[in-house]
Design a protein around this ligand. Structure first.
Ligand code: MG
Length: 249
């Protein structure tokens, strides 16, 4: 099933499900009940997380690219809720930033509040998977040491378009990014150093995860800069395509 969030023609924001025939219907994520068909104005980010927990270096091929040591534990950082945008919304190139990079990532969406979950039980708390772009001000990341400023500008967390619930093996999905239609990153989630179950379990030992929180699982090799006017697409096998444009405001 594909779960999303939309602005309806009459100005309401509601959860929805896309049926196999393409029709978009109201959806209650708690009761998992599909309602009547709705007229949509546009798709929004599929969830509004209380927090986004992101993993730093998590692809073997990416570590190799930069000659970095394979980490022994997941390296975590946070992105705020205010950085979230949906499909086709604009990524704003901030004033004073010299290099704005895309990072294609598999996003995990949490289904219900949880804490200290073992890797074996993690699947009970995953609503599904989505595309995520961990937009990064690379120059500020190097300058600050701490990553908060580099990762947290408004519009730096495009998510969507859909949460796909029936992914049997999240550890075997092709993942790419394309800048203006040209492929820049191409890998497979099988190259992850820590798999999704290990990551969610690890994060849940540190902090309570709330329903609809998002965990971004790291990016493969080939990250690079975007310029105003560019279009960036994150594509993940069986999950979908997330496209956003870069603008100056
Ligand atoms: Mg990243």
């Amino acid at each position: 099933m594909k779960i999303g969030r939309v602005l309806t023609k009459n100005g309401k924001i509601v959860f929805c499900a896309q049926k196999d025939d393409g029709r978009i219907c109201e959806f209650d994520p708690e009761k998992k009940a599909v309602g009547t068909e709705i007229d949509i104005e546009r798709l929004l980010a599929p969830v509004m997380p209380t927090k986004i927990v992101a993993v730093g270096l998590n692809y073997r091929d990416h570590a190799k690219e930069f000659n970095l040591k394979i980490p022994e534990e997941p390296l975590l950082f946070l992105k705020p809720q205010t950085s979230v945008i949906g499909p086709n919304e604009d990524i704003v190139y901030p004033k004073g930033v010299a290099q704005l990079d895309y990072e294609a990532e598999l996003g995990i969406v949490i289904s219900k509040k949880c804490r200290s979950v073992s890797p074996e039980k993690v699947s009970d708390y995953i609503l599904g998977y989505t595309c995520f772009n961990d937009v990064t001000a690379r120059d500020l990341q190097a300058k600050d040491g701490q990553w908060t400023r580099a990762k947290s500008f408004d519009t730096f967390a495009p998510i969507g378009p859909w949460i796909v619930t029936d992914i049997e093996n999240p550890g075997s999905l092709k993942i790419t990014s394309s800048l203006n239609g040209q492929i820049k990153q191409s890998s497979n989630t099988s190259n992850m150093i820590f798999d999704v179950f290990t990551i969610v379990s690890f994060v849940s030992q540190i902090m309570t995860l709330e329903a609809h929180d998002v965990i971004a699982t790291g990016t493969p090799p080939g990250v690079g800069p975007m310029q105003p006017g560019d279009t960036i697409t994150i594509s993940i096998e069986k999950i979908g395509e997330l496209t956003n444009k870069v603008v100056r405001r």
